[in-house]
Write a protein that binds this ligand. Sequence first.
Ligand SMILES: *[C@@H]1O[C@H](CO)[C@@H](O)[C@H](O)[C@H]1NC(C)=O
Ligand SMILES: *[C@@H]1O[C@H](CO)[C@@H](O)[C@H](O)[C@H]1NC(C)=O
Length: 406
Amino acid sequence: MGHSLSSFPFLSLYTFLLVLPFQTFGSSRGLDGNSDAAGICAAAVAVRGYECHEFDVITDDGYILSLQRIPQGRGGGGARLPNRPPVLLQHGVLVDGMTWLVSPPEQSLAMILADNGFDVWISNIRGTRFSTRHMTLDPSTPEFWDWTWDDLVFHDLPAIIEFVFKQTGQKIHYVGHSMGTLMALASFSEGKLIDKIRSATLLSPIAYLSHMTTTLGVLVARAFVGEITTIFGLAEFNPKGEPVSNFLKALCTDPEVDCYDLLASLTGRNCCLNNSTVELFLKNEPQSTATKNLVHLAQTVRDGILSRYDYGNSDFNEEHYGESKPPIYDLSKIPRDLPIYLSYGGEDALSDVKDVETLLDNLKLHDEDKLHVQYIKDYAHADFIMGETAKDIVYNQIISFFRNQQ
Ligand SMILES: *[C@@H]1O[C@H](CO)[C@@H](O)[C@H](O)[C@H]1NC(C)=O
Ligand SMILES: *[C@@H]1O[C@H](CO)[C@@H](O)[C@H](O)[C@H]1NC(C)=O
């Protein structure tokens, strides 16, 4: 039972760790923590000398998502590839598209891709600061926050991919980090979007989540899905808000919990982060998500299988799915000829090596020449998006992988 309760603390502590040193957080900030509603292009891209365009994408359930496009290299330069293949960067949970832009341009995947001739698109899922809008729902109501990653699979991702496909007239190279990989794997297993995707790059993939490591295990029994939902309701999980912050502080009073070493115990020992980059990251993140989304992720940790949200009793499940149990995402159904680049780290505490092996086992019948797997012994979760060495170790390889799909 202890194990089954494990997931939520891991997610909360992750946010806690990001929030604690920055209690003065505003609700909406630019790259330097100052500019407000200007948007990601103005705050983080144009200031570095890159052309950048803001778009709104409306999902079929009414959410208005912000999307950025960096169509070419710095100062209009960069490599000239025919047709500038589009690449979509999809961030993980509790962060937004800004995570791709906190490193200096020479180290940021988004800008490196733009400089190498790709047409770069950055998405921001529902609930993140630039995507807190809806056609009819007010973000201050629980209805706005009634969603899980199922909805990202069935509504956000299709809307975004459709939009980029229409704008560019080309199939898309998809790049996901963390929950961004889960969204893609679940979509592709349902046969969705495949016809508009050229390849998928999965950084720190999370699909299976049952091998969360060490310190987190200690926290297991402290909090659980039922308790969380009574504290917060099934509404917004705002890591900057007081209820969340008080809850997390309470967790930290436990002598067994080392709140000073949370970064390491949560994301793993990132080998290669630069202090200024981390500071910039912390000025911009974390972002809100739906409590229900975290509960769903928690179920994934608990159950060790990938399925849709479990409403907790067979009648409710029946009502939503016409079955007493939530339908399963069968990853072995991902088309075997889809080019996949998967990169994972030996020090990653969230995307544990054992869980990645389970994922790879699901892909064991994948066409051999379509599946590229990279294991980086020293890397933990954040190294893949902010590591100073990521360009040499990961991004250059991704670019070669893309070029081989032309
Ligand atoms: C960290 O990044 C900053 C800003 O890009 C840079 O000035 C500094 O030299 C870097 N520090 C190290 C140790 O590389
Ligand atoms: C990194 O930044 C933190 C907070 O600003 C500071 O306390 C720490 O000494 C810095 N570490 C290094 C190695 O510069």
